[in-house]
Design a protein around this ligand. Structure first.
Ligand code: SAM
Length: 226
């Protein structure tokens, strides 16, 4: 593991509960205001992944940097066949397993503590996604290439935009206060990363403060037939 990965792992091992608070339903006024201003993209990308993985029946997903498993569990509840979530922060994986058991989808969701880049996969997946992960990745191209290789239908990835005062604040906060490396991207950066990662057909949408990259694998169609 690189020095950057070790710092990111340790950050999320410590902050897993704070991170997951975004998904919890009961929130006070202050938290809701913070979400509306700073975390709008988290909500939008969640909705886009859930919509992008439809139709769910017989589909499999790989959730790279799965955190507390919110995406995999939501997709399991929608009816997908299999979800594999990978995260190198153990507390994230423990929380993901607890959530899957609590919602009775633990037979569909498997969560594994590992560095995504270190795993040799013996299977491919219909959809492969990484949400809120590229913020913490020093070398994005090899990671995107690996995701492209593993996807039969689509790859979905969020990239935090370089633009805006909120992003500059976040950069200082993470680097100086939280001591966690964080990376930002321009639209052109995302385009270059997609090309270099082996994407032939892709779109980039702007979702609040994120770029949302969808790569169409072209191995199986993405419109719903099997
Ligand atoms: C901000 S959290 C996002 C969690 C989840 N995707 C979500 O949106 O709810 C980013 C997660 O990516 C994980 N991560 C970053 N790089 C990783 C890598 N190379 N392998 C496995 N996990 C990684 C971190 O440990 C962290 O839990």
């Amino acid at each position: 593991m690189t020095q950057v990965s070790k710092k990111v792992e340790s950050h999320f091992d410590r902050k897993y509960r704070e991170f997951d608070a975004f998904y919890r339903e009961k929130k006070g006024f202050f938290s809701r205001m913070i979400d509306a201003v700073f975390r709008r993209s988290m909500q939008l990308r969640f909705e886009k992944v859930i919509a992008g993985a439809a139709p769910y029946k017989k589909r499999s997903v790989l959730d790279v940097g799965c955190g507390t498993g919110r995406y995999s569990v939501a997709l399991a509840l929608k009816g997908i066949k299999r979800a594999l979530g990978i995260d190198f922060a153990s507390n994230m994986i423990d929380a993901a397993n607890d959530l899957a058991r609590h919602l009775n989808v633990h037979h569909i969701c498997q969560f594994m503590k590992a560095d995504f880049m270190a795993i040799d996969f013996a299977e491919t997946f219909d959809h492969v996604f990484a949400m809120g992960v590229l913020d913490y990745v020093e070398h994005p191209v090899p990671l995107v290439r690996k995701m492209v290789d593993l996807a039969e239908r689509s790859v979905m990835i969020s990239f935090p935009s370089k633009k805006g005062i909120v992003q500059r604040f976040r950069k200082q906060l993470f680097r100086k206060v939280k001591k966690c490396p964080v990376f930002f991207y321009s639209n052109e950066d995302v385009r270059q990363i997609a090309h270099q990662g082996g994407a032939k057909k892709f779109t980039i949408d702007i979702l609040a403060k994120d770029y949302f990259l969808t790569i169409y694998s072209g191995k199986k169609d993405t419109e719903g037939t099997e």
